[in-house]
Design a protein around this ligand. Structure first.
Ligand code: ATP
Length: 513
């Protein structure tokens, strides 16, 4: 087993053991690619949600937030193109009868080439030591250049065939690359077919009158259909944005990799409405702004990269992903799309209602263009959790499991621990909890030796532990232990709030933007 998948397995089992993520309806053996968030997961998720929402809605006076329904009039999905074009190219292996996304098979092949490049770089870095110049090595090493050219030409061809709907060529590419079924090892493939990803359902009491509906596959359309409602009632002037967080549903075929690809998931999307012709600037601006949001979390600048799309979705004139280094390699975390006037224009056509903006500067009406930022909350959760989980070897040779979450995202900010369960220490600890709970999520723990309690909080990602000992009763001081450094300092109880606040509050994080 590779080191990468070892780490990923650890993340999945940690998520379950510490109440972050459970398989859905587990007592019935679960439901494929559907997950439930436990007590700590729900808290972590809520903090990520808050960070995103505040960064969008609170910090920008020209961005407002809405909460649209999951059910939408079915014509929405005709207009948006999802009925006709929200498809994945599928291929079946004739021996294992397993179904795969044809594009994913090719992309995984390319990931293997990228892994080879990484290995070459690692080897060279070891060989050259401090004198190693990574950029120069990548630009000049013949083997790396050859790998890169191969990866690029495969992705270009895949992009082109998908764009031209040339599914026969996608199959030809799979055959030429000699890609075999991961399950059976066979290279006996069916033709590539398109498969629509939307979940259908029905609205209405009787079978004859029921209306066919879809569960929304993206939250964006709830924003587009409300564009005029918000613009008029909020007296919004272009450029302005509408943000939304909510559930989306996709009948994903390749639903593996834990919460990376789910059938029911949550999106955080923002549609930014702009005058036509300004989309390039705004697209670049939002790419920068969004990357900054990620980097402020301090999860390592080297773990992010942009990937510009060759193959554009049916609505876009430019698109890029912010990719993150997950335990299984660099993968899409967020998309930034220049969607032109595709959506509003089509909703005008299908609804017969004008969805235009009167621009007082240009003295004319037009359908605005849109640049959107779209990130999966669950995928962000996985990025945060997998980046945070560490095994540390301590000076005395023992190991500790540490969940080094960005403090503002930690489910519990401070745990209060009486050193022993007597002599008034539990009472004083409870009093401290009562004081701190107005500002922070706080927990109380008196079970086991204090060292074990620290470890438990480390594994939950709690940034601070406050320990109440006999001296505390005498002089109203406690020890404050830092999760990352394990250093303990003696502080007055009255100082706790200020010290903790500074490092765990969402506002401290927001100020970095
Ligand atoms: P992918 O290529 O991984 O299928 P996508 O390009 O279809 O993703 P978008 O339609 O751009 O994704 O959706 C925006 C964001 O929503 C993605 O960047 C991702 O974070 C999230 N997302 C999309 N599909 C899923 C899913 N099935 N499970 C969890 N998150 C998802």
């Amino acid at each position: 087993m590779t080191q990468q998948s070892e780490q990923f397995k650890k993340v999945i089992s940690h998520a379950k053991e510490y109440g972050f993520v459970f398989p859905s309806s587990e007592i019935y053996d679960g439901l494929s690619a559907v997950y439930d968030y436990g007590q700590n997961g729900a808290a972590l998720k809520a903090n990520i949600r808050e960070y995103w929402w505040k960064a969008m809605v609170q910090l920008n006076d020209n961005i407002v937030g809405i909460d649209a329904a999951i059910f939408m009039h079915p014509t929405t999905w005709k207009a948006s193109g999802h009925v006709d074009a929200f498809n994945d190219p599928l291929i079946d292996n004739k021996v294992s009868k397993k179904r795969y996304r044809a594009d994913v098979l090719v992309e995984e092949y390319v990931t293997k080439i990228e892994d080879k490049i990484e290995k070459e770089i690692e080897k060279a870095a070891k060989r050259f030591g401090t004198a190693f110049d990574k950029a120069q090595f990548i630009a000049t090493n013949p083997r790396v250049i050859e790998y890169q050219a191969k990866a690029e030409s495969i992705l270009k061809r895949l992009g082109k065939s998908l764009e031209n709907e040339d599914l026969a060529d996608v199959k030809a590419l799979i055959e030429e690359l000699e890609i075999s079924c991961p399950e059976s090892g066979s290279r006996d493939w069916t033709d590539v077919k398109q498969f629509n990803l939307m979940f259908g359902t029905k609205l209405g009491a009787s079978a004859e009158t029921a209306m066919d509906l879809y569960l929304r596959p993206e939250t964006a359309q709830g924003i587009f259909v409300n564009f005029l409602n918000v613009q008029k009632t909020g007296r919004m002037k272009l450029p302005f944005g509408i943000a939304q967080i909510g559930k989306a549903f996709r009948n994903e075929i390749v639903a593996r990799q834990f919460i990376f690809r789910m059938r029911e998931f949550e999106q955080m999307e923002m549609q930014f409405f702009i005058p036509p012709g300004t989309q390039k600037e705004w697209y670049e601006q939002w790419k920068k702004t969004r990357l900054k949001w990620h980097l402020a979390l301090g999860m390592g600048d080297e773990n992010y990269r942009f990937h510009d799309h060759d193959k554009l979705a049916h609505y876009a004139d430019a698109a890029a992903d912010i990719e993150f280094r997950f335990p299984f390699g660099f993968k899409e975390l967020e998309g930034i799309h220049s969607r032109t006037d595709f959506d509003l224009g089509n909703h005008e056509k299908y609804s017969g209602k004008k969805l235009q903006y009167f621009d007082p500067e240009q003295n004319k009406n037009y359908v605005p263009y849109v640049v959107e930022t779209s990130i999966g909350l669950d995928r962000m959760f996985l990025a945060v959790l997998s980046n945070a989980l560490k095994e540390e070897t301590l000076e005395d040779g023992s190991t500790r499991t540490l969940l080094q979450l960005p403090p503002a995202l930690s489910p519990t900010k401070v745990a209060v621990l009486p050193l022993v369960k007597k002599d008034g220490l539990p009472e004083m600890a409870r009093e401290i909890v009562e004081e701190l709970k107005w500002n922070f999520t706080t927990s109380y723990d008196e079970k086991d030796a204090v060292g074990r309690r620290y470890r438990r909080q480390d594994a939950l990602g709690t940034p601070f532990c406050v320990t109440v000992d006999h001296q505390s009763i005498e002089d109203q001081t406690v020890t404050l232990r830092n999760r990352d450094t394990m250093l303990q300092e003696r502080v007055a109880v009255t100082q706790l709030k200020t010290i903790i606040e500074d490092s765990v509050s969402i506002s401290t994080l927001l100020k970095k933007l």
